[in-house]
Design a protein around this ligand. Sequence first.
Ligand code: UDP
Ligand code: MG
Length: 334
Amino acid sequence: MASTPSRINAASRLSIAEQQAKPPMTVSIVIPVYNEAANLTALWQRLSAVAAQLPDWEVVFVDDGSRDDSLKLLSQIAAENDHVKVIELARNFGQHAALLAGFRECRGEVVVTLDADLQNPPEEIPRLLEQIEAGNDVVGGWRAERQDQPYRRLASRLHNRVTSLIVGVPMHDYGCMLRAYRRHIIETVIQCDEKAAFIPALANSFAKNVTEIRVGHDQRAGGHSKYNLLRLAQLSLNLLTGFSLLPIQILSLTGIAIALLDIAFAGLLGAHRLIYGPQQEGAMWTLFAVLFFFVGLLFLALGLIGEYVGRIYMEVRRRPTYLVRAVHDGRGRP
Ligand code: UDP
Ligand code: MG
């Protein structure tokens, strides 16, 4: 897509004099990388072509403990390009922790995030920037035609509904990492320093003007997805407990409702006994059913409480969210 700086500026509806007075916007593109050696060369080719059209830019790759040749390839790219920085994490800390590490190292007024597997076309970046220049704090990508397996699309739909509800900012696609943020949002996200942060939701909870645009989505160019069902479930649970007390409040309300029903049930049993006298048949099975229901509920309650206690435990331990082993850039560091 042939997007030029002039096209970006056109969207901001500023006069030519105002545009000339404005210093060029620095854009940082932050990319988490975990075992993506198969995709990095093609990614860099496409990304650098897009970035070259921007007035001032940098790319921050975060190597999240890759065990393939990713770090080697990234170091080569960084050695040849002043615009590129590579943060080498000491082991695999997860995509969102890697993004946080990138946020701390980048300096752009606008920060764009992107996956390394070419599912998010880098050519969409200028369109995100247009929306930032139009006054938005956060611009989300919406993968309207998503190239993932049906179960992922279904899980994602549910995920988006729940996230929209608990964050209070409705969006079609919270899972899309092709996004742009203004500096002040990134600063706040950094300050939160959460152990199990879900960046798009966290960022939206601080933003005033949020928008989303439809973006292209391709199949993974090479390698395979780092998320299985278990990891996706963990991410959703983190999100749910990390953003609201709603689950535990629903549980308390359910408890109250059940207690009220129980009183009614006891009244009914008493009346039955008064009218028909004592009976044995069937009562045992009813009691079993009631008992199992309560046992299930108790387990759910314990699990949820455990989830919150677990999160508190993670926070009070104050272990670092990630550990940087080295920073490589075009100026001969480390
Ligand atoms: N990723 C990462 N650390 C991880 C898992 C993933 O840095 O522990 C990166 C990965 O290299 C990719 C992005 O996060 O750039 C998204 O991962 P993936 O494509 O596997 O997720 P999916 O598209 O299947 O949701
Ligand atoms: Mg992917």
